[in-house]
Design a protein around this ligand. Sequence first.
Ligand code: HEC
Length: 112
Amino acid sequence: MITEPDPGIRQAGGENVRAVSTLIGLFVLSVSGAAVAADGAALFAKNCSGCHGADAKADTAAAKAMKVPAIAGHDAEATVNHIRTDEKHKSLSAKLNDEDLQAIAGFLASAQ
Ligand code: HEC
């Protein structure tokens, strides 16, 4: 005779599976989020920090001498537009694909 599993046990098993998949989902989300942030920061350091300063606050003698503005917290869309249209950032614009530029812009928007 086939016996049905105890409903209590089945219930407990279902809860565990759900809890584990929720944990996996959160883990995947946090890992991919961190990767995007790291990319933007690294790309900023490589392409922009020489003029705008390591913290994007233009807080260096060279930045002040060249009248480079602070751009920490700058709106992401405005940053993308500026790089794509501004004469001074023309050679940089040619080097950065949309994905890289978005990553930098996102990093700047979240920078304090
Ligand atoms: C060679 C030096 C130099 C580099 C490298 C540089 N910038 Fe700039 N940036 C400037 C100067 C000078 C200005 C002000 C004049 C202008 O906008 O052309 C400026 C202005 C800006 C502005 C406008 C800010 C405002 O308040 O309107 C943004 C946004 C910006 N830069 C983003 C970037 C990003 C992002 C990078 C890296 C991808 C970068 N810049 C690399 C020199 C630089």
